[in-house]
Design a binder for this molecule. Structure first.
Ligand code: MD6
Ligand code: FE
Length: 207
């Protein structure tokens, strides 16, 4: 995990193909199972009560949640327990791709079944929008759509595979992005299938 430069840059988003090798992917899945044991996956809903198709949990000082009160970062799982710590393996991944950034304080874990998707959105709930967001794909392939920082306009799509890392930073930090579909059965990493996306962020104010 020490390739300094991305394999490709699409609309300013750096993509490292297969940065996390298969053995490390399996170890990460075990790390994330432990996270989900301490902080069970949620079925998030929007303020309007619309269910999201992904299931979510978090690790770190702050977890991103959405419910009838809207979306925000919270220091606790709705159970009342603090989120578990961010697994070391993910902290090392962050340091490998964004060595100049302070450590992340938030790790959002999204689980997609083959029917799940994620609408076009910006990541803009963090206190310091100059800090990068690092995203890791595990399991089934996903069709990732990238737009622009401004709303509307043309988009372009690429497939993300297990072990790929995407970084939203600099001028691309606020780019619109989403997941149009999952290619069910394309990976055997997760025994029950599906895809996990992990996003690491500096969510809180500077410490
Ligand atoms: C996903 N990714 O890959 C959705 N956000 O399932 C994101 O929403 C995302 O890939 C911020 C930075 C990178 C991302
Ligand atoms: Fe996002």
């Amino acid at each position: 995990m020490d390739r300094a430069d991305p394999d490709l840059v699409v609309r300013g988003v750096g993509i490292w193909r297969g940065l996390v090798p298969p053995a490390a992917q399996s170890a990460l899945v075990a790390d994330l199972r432990a996270v989900a044991e301490a902080a069970p996956f949620l079925r998030p809903v929007t303020r309007r009560g619309q269910a999201l198709s992904v299931r979510m949990t978090s690790a770190g000082a702050l977890g991103w949640i959405t419910d009838r009160r809207g979306y925000r970062y919270e220091p606790r799982h709705p159970s009342g327990a603090a989120w578990p710590p961010i697994p070391d393996r993910l902290l090392r991944l962050w340091a490998a791709v964004v060595p100049d950034a302070p450590p992340p304080d938030s790790c959002l874990v999204n689980f997609y079944d083959a029917a799940a998707r994620m609408g076009l959105h910006q990541d803009c709930d963090e206190a310091d929008l100059t800090q990068p967001v690092v995203s890791l794909s595990l399991g089934d392939d996903a069709l990732f759509r990238l737009g622009s920082v401004a709303r509307g306009g043309r988009t372009e799509s690429l497939w993300l595979h297990s072990g790929d890392v995407a970084v939203l930073a600099g001028a691309a930090r606020l780019i619109h992005h989403g997941i149009d579909r999952i290619r069910g059965g394309s990976s055997s990493l997760l025994p029950e299938g599906g895809r996990i996306n992990v996003t690491l962020r500096v969510a809180g104010p500077p410490r």
